[in-house]
Design a protein around this ligand. Structure first.
Ligand code: F6R
Length: 357
C-alpha cells in the first residue's frame, strides 16, 4: 500500500533511512557487534577471489561492493554482468566464491550463471531482498537485504540496502581476517542514515534541479570518478528508465576520449564530486564541458564544495558516500519523470523481475 504517496517510488526513496537502521539492527548481535553467519565467513575465508554476478541496478551495487570487499577485507573481486558471464566465462581462480546480487532473487540471467557454477562445483552466496526466492533457495548461502517489498520497477531502496549489506559483509570479513578498517561502521552508518534523511527532506530543492536541468532536454550525462563514476552509472540508468531521457554515465577522465564530442550548448551534465583524491580532476572535467556550453550541475560533499555547486551533501565516511550521493539522483529522476507525465512506477517495456534470459 502506498498510503498517502502518489507513487511507490517516492515512498521507497523515503524509506531508505529506516531501511539502513533496520539493516544495522538485523546484523547486530546481542552485544551490538556486527555479525554474519559463520558459514558465510568460512566461505569467504576459503575463497581466493570473489565473483559478483548481477544485472542492472544490482550490478551497479556490485561495483561498489567490490570496493568494500577489496579495501576493507582485502579479497580480490571481479564484478560481471550476468547475461555476459553466462556465455563467456572468464578464466576462474582456483577457489572462486560466487556472490549473486539480486533484489528479486528471480533474475533469469543471474540464475543461469548460478546453475552453471553449481555444476562446476563452486560455492555461492545470494544477496537478496526476497527470502525463499529462486536464487536464495539454489545458492549455498543467503544474506537478506531487509528492505521490505520494493514495488516500483525502478530500484531505489534495494540499491542502498545492497550497499549497506555489502559494507557489513566486508567489515565483518575484515575483522575475521584481523584487518583494521580504521572506522566504526555502525557509527558511520548512523551518520549516513541521517544524511539520507536530510536528502529526502530536500525534495523541493531537488525538484528544482530537475526543472532547471532536465525539463526540455533529450539527453543527459553523468560524470564522476572512482565511486562517483559507479553512482553516476546508476543515476543514468534511473533517469533513462523512468523519464526516457537518453542518459549516460561515464568516468570523468574518459570525456576527452570521445564523449565530449556530444556536448552542445545546453547539454545537461550532472557531476558528482564526493571523492577527495579526485576532486580537482572532476572539477577540471566540469570546466571542460562547461567551456563547450554544457549546463553543468555539480553535486558535491561538504568539505569539498565550492561556490556555485548545485547541491551539497553532508559529509559522511568516504567509502559510504554512494549511499548518500545516489539519493539526489533518485529524486531528480523521479521529478524529471513526473514533469514529463511518465508512468513513474511502471515504465514502458519493463518488468519488475526479469525471469527470461
Ligand atoms: C533498475 C532495475 C533493474 C534491476 C535488474 C536486476 O531500476 O530495477 O535494472 O536492477 O533487472 O534485478 P534484480 O536485482 O531483481 O536481480
Amino acid at each position: 500500500d502506498k498510503g498517502t504517496y502518489p507513487h511507490y517510488m517516492l515512498k521507497e526513496i523515503d524509506e531508505q533511512p529506516a531501511v539502513m537502521r533496520k539493516i544495522i539492527q538485523a546484523y547486530q548481535d546481542e552485544n551490538d557487534q556486527l555479525t554474519i553467519d559463520s558459514s558465510i565467513l568460512d566461505a569467504l575465508e576459503s575463497a581466493d577471489r570473489l565473483y559478483i554476478i548481477a544485472a542492472g541496478t544490482s550490478y551497479h551495487a556490485g561495483l561498489i561492493g567490490k570496493e568494500y570487499l577489496e579495501k576493507m577485507a582485502g579479497i580480490p573481486v571481479e564484478v560481471h554482468v550476468a547475461s555476459e558471464f553466462g556465455y563467456n566465462m572468464p578464466l576462474l581462480s582456483e577457489k572462486p566464491l560466487f556472490i549473486f546480487i539480486s533484489q528479486s532473487g528471480e533474475t533469469a540471467d543471474s540464475r543461469q550463471v548460478l546453475v552453471r557454477i553449481k555444476e562446476m562445483g563452486h560455492p555461492s552466496l545470494t544477496v537478496t531482498n526476497v527470502a525463499g526466492s529462486t536464487l536464495s533457495r539454489e545458492a549455498d548461502h543467503t544474506l537478506l537485504l531487509h528492505a521490505g517489498p520494493e514495488i516500483a520497477v525502478a530500484s531505489t531502496k534495494a540499491y542502498t540496502a545492497q550497499l549497506a549489506v555489502l559494507s557489513i559483509l566486508a567489515a565483518v570479513t575484515a575483522e575475521r581476517r584481523g584487518r583494521d578498517i580504521g572506522f566504526d561502521l555502525v557509527q558511520e552508518m548512523g551518520i549516513v542514515a541521517n544524511a539520507v534523511q536530510a536528502q529526502v527532506d530536500m525534495k523541493e530543492e531537488l525538484e528544482q534541479i530537475a526543472t532547471d536541468f532536465l525539463s526540455t532536454t533529450r539527453n543527459c550525462f553523468f560524470i564522476g570518478r572512482l565511486m562517483d563514476y559507479f553512482v553516476g552509472l546508476e543515476g543514468a540508468l534511473k533517469l533513462k528508465e523512468i523519464s526516457y531521457i537518453q542518459a549516460e554515465g561515464f568516468a570523468g577522465g574518459e570525456l576527452k576520449h570521445g564523449t565530449i564530442a556530444l556536448i552542445e550548448e545546453g547539454t545537461p551534465v550532472i557531476a558528482l564530486a564526493t571523492q577527495e583524491s579526485v576532486n580537482l580532476n572532476i572539477r577540471g572535467n566540469v570546466k571542460e564541458v562547461a567551456a563547450r556550453g554544457a549546463n553543468t550541475c555539480i553535486i558535491s560533499m561538504e568539505g569539498l564544495n565550492e561556490e556555485g555547486d548545485s547541491h551539497v551533501l553532508p559529509k559522511v565516511h568516504e567509502l559510504l558516500t554512494p549511499l548518500v550521493s545516489v539519493i539526489p539522483l533518485q529524486l531528480i529522476s523521479y521529478y524529471a519523470a513526473l514533469h514529463r507525465d511518465c508512468d513513474v512506477d511502471k515504465p514502458r517495456n519493463l518488468a519488475k523481475s526479469v525471469t527470461v534470459e
